[in-house]
Design a protein around this ligand. Structure first.
Ligand SMILES: Nc1ncnc2c1ncn2[C@@H]1O[C@H](COP(=O)(O)OP(=O)(O)OP(=O)(O)O)[C@@H](O)[C@H]1O
Length: 211
């Protein structure tokens, strides 16, 4: 569960989002909103990588500011357009994340196999296409023992074979680990494989549950 209290995010003096109080119960959420409404800003704030006023609390105990290390090891984030150090190989980056996030041994093997990344994961990231980069960012978002996974435009750049694989990762993680997901997307998610989606709307400089 995520709880926001007196949340405000501005860039310079320009208010982007204000949320006085919002509880996001465990589940899978589709974060919807027009271009420029603040979806990415919202996810980056929840990920703890952009500053904001107010508090975000995970599972009623971990404050993103007061317990930032614990919070950031429990909340994983994949950016819409990932940028990584391109002199590293994919597997080096995965091992770095796994060590920082204390992921189980060989955790990455399932993800690399199912997303068919084994043929290039030992190559430098500088050689990756945008879809290969996107897949790497998605694997990284599942590494560790996340209690919450935030995926910004996860469908962008993925080929048709990769979509059901990603959906099955989300469904399995949610069902077996109880991990909550916030997914922002302009594209429609296929129903059937994913668990039931609730909607969070980002509009008029705020975020609320959509009925
Ligand atoms: N680093 C920044 N500095 C200043 N303004 C920013 C910055 N990042 C985003 N903004 C502004 O914040 C607002 C929300 O941007 P954000 O990227 O969160 O929107 P979004 O809903 O994710 O948009 P899109 O659907 O186009 O990806 C926009 O007006 C944008 O110009």
């Amino acid at each position: 569960m995520l709880q926001l209290c007196n949340f405000r995010k501005s860039y310079k003096n320009h208010l982007i989002l204000q949320v006085d109080a919002l509880d996001i119960a465990p589940g899978v959420y589709w974060v919807q909103g027009a271009n420029g409404s603040g979806k990415s800003t919202f996810l980056k704030a929840l990920a703890g990588i952009t500053p904001f006023e107010g508090n975000v609390i995970l599972n009623q105990e971990t404050d993103s500011k007061k317990q930032s290390v614990a919070y950031r090891s429990a909340v994983n984030f994949a950016e819409a357009e990932p940028i990584f150090p391109d002199f590293l190989t994919g597997i080096e980056l995965i091992k770095l994340f796994k060590s920082a996030k204390q992921g189980p041994e060989k955790q990455e093997e399932f993800y690399l196999e199912t997303m068919q990344m084994s043929s290039y994961v030992h190559d430098p990231i500088s050689t990756y296409s945008s879809g290969m980069l996107k897949k790497l960012s998605l694997v990284l978002a599942f590494i560790g023992r996340p209690e919450c996974i935030l995926l910004d435009e996860p469908l962008n750049a993925l080929d048709a074979d990769a979509l059901p694989v990603l959906y099955s990762w989300i469904a399995t993680q949610q069902q077996e680990q109880g991990t909550m997901f916030l997914l922002s997307s302009h594209q429609v998610f296929s129903q059937g494989v994913l668990p039931a989606l609730s909607v969070l709307s980002v509009e008029n400089n705020t975020v609320k549950h959509s009925t």
